[in-house]
Design a protein around this ligand. Structure first.
Ligand code: PXG
Length: 296
């Protein structure tokens, strides 16, 4: 298995970072989780755009252009002979001293890892998951913009710990005003009658690539999409609910805080969207094989 590490293609054993890297010392850096399906990297351009936006927000200069980064991801998949994979792109502040001053880190470190896909158990999608609301709140816009996909996920990890300790698979996170924000690594959607509801990003959610794909697909299926704030009351009384994310894709939620959502089984709109999403991911993205290799 090859890993891209600061300009070199290295093995898993060789892929090590310095203990002085500020990504390790302070969570100072940004990342992306990306997925390839049957030779297509789903919405790779959108993931790269978001990576550069996250980097810009924390004043981190990535030592490659977005076009070079795009090509590096594809090259990594080719070198590993992967057609379907989970890809992790990481940019850390790089090596500095033990102080937190990022200006002492001369060069950002770039790591790209691809792993053959470990799929979640099918049962999760057939039966749906149970979630609990947790006391850990999502990052506030005036503290650390939740739109930044940073290496500092501690508040989401605390939320995950609360959920797992309560016997649930995932946490539902609120913002400090009590509006529903998202899961620990997923965006959230409700279905009410023929409409799909999802919180606007300013509430405290990441602008998910899967979230946007679902919004795009919903229009084609004739569903109304409302990006508006909602509360736990709206959750408990929804007809259907699901989470979206690169790793999780579309996961039905059938119980929240002991309240059954809809009929307690994955809903029809959720199923329709999942089907449409599975078709989309094999088409909408960057082909792994370079065009020169394709014989027409
Ligand atoms: N919200 C947060 C906070 C996230 O970290 C999403 C939503 C979904 O976004 P995308 O673009 O993936 O549709 C994420 C995704 C994982 C994993 O392996 C996922 C994420 C981060 C860390 C791990 O499930 N981010």
């Amino acid at each position: 298995m090859f890993i891209f590490l600061d300009g070199s293609w290295v093995t898993r054993e060789e892929a090590t970072v310095s203990v002085f890297d500020h990504g390790l010392l302070y969570g100072d850096g940004v990342f992306e989780g990306i997925r390839a399906y049957d030779g297509v990297v789903f919405r790779l351009k959108e993931h790269i755009d978001r990576l550069y936006q996250s980097a810009k927000a924390i004043l981190l200069e990535i030592p490659y252009t977005p076009e070079e980064m795009h090509e590096l991801v594809l090259e990594l998949l080719r070198k590993n002979n992967f057609r379907s994979a989970y890809i992790r792109l990481i940019v850390t502040r790089g090596v500095g001293d033990l102080g937190l001053d990022p200006f002492k880190c001369p060069r950002a470190s770039v790591i790209i890892i691809a792993q053959e896909l470990a799929l979640f158990p099918a049962e999760l999608y057939e039966k749906g998951i149970q979630v609990v609301t947790v006391s850990t709140r999502r990052n506030r816009n005036d503290v650390l913009a939740p739109a930044i996909k940073s290496l500092n996920y501690l508040n989401n990890i605390m939320a995950k710990i609360e959920a797992r300790r309560a016997g649930a698979q995932e946490a539902l996170m609120l913002n400090t005003e009590g509006f529903v924000a998202e899961g620990t690594g997923e965006n959230v959607f409700l279905v009410r009658k023929n409409a799909l509801l999802t919180p606007p990003a300013y509430i405290g959610a990441l602008k998910g690539i899967t979230r946007q794909a679902v919004i795009d697909l919903a229009g084609g299926l004739g569903f109304t999409v409302l990006e508006q704030p909602f509360t736990l009351h709206d959750v408990y009384t929804a007809d259907e609910m699901f989470f979206t994310g690169t790793a999780a894709e579309i996961v039905p939620v059938v119980m929240v805080d002991g309240r059954t959502i809809g009929e307690g089984v994955p809903g029809t709109m959720t199923k329709q969207l999942s089907q449409a999403f599975h078709d989309l991911v094999r088409q909408d993205g960057s082909r792994i094989e370079s065009s020169v290799k394709q014989v027409s």
